[in-house]
Design a binder for this molecule. Structure first.
Ligand SMILES: [Zn+2]
Length: 73
């Protein structure tokens, strides 16, 4: 939930101004951190590409290259 430290108050996303500031004091409102964490997890998953997946892609490339060479021999 959006939280304004200045007012020490929670706001619903709909009651926050469109620019993300507090409707009462105009201060920037802290957005919930849950979204950021899920984003970090998604990035971490992308970086953790399994090595056997890379190996499989490499073998497919080699196999297709070999088949391509055979077409011309
Ligand atoms: Zn406020």
């Amino acid at each position: 939930m959006p939280w304004c430290e200045e007012c020490a108050k929670y706001y619903t996303p709909n009651s926050v101004k469109s620019d993300g500031s507090c409707p009462t004091c105009g201060d920037a409102i802290q957005l919930p951190e849950g979204h950021d964490h899920s984003h970090d997890a998604a990035v971490a998953d992308d970086e953790k590409t399994p090595w056997h997946f890379k190996l499989m892609v490499g073998m497919v490339v080699v196999y297709l290259g070999w088949r391509l060479i055979q077409l011309f021999v």
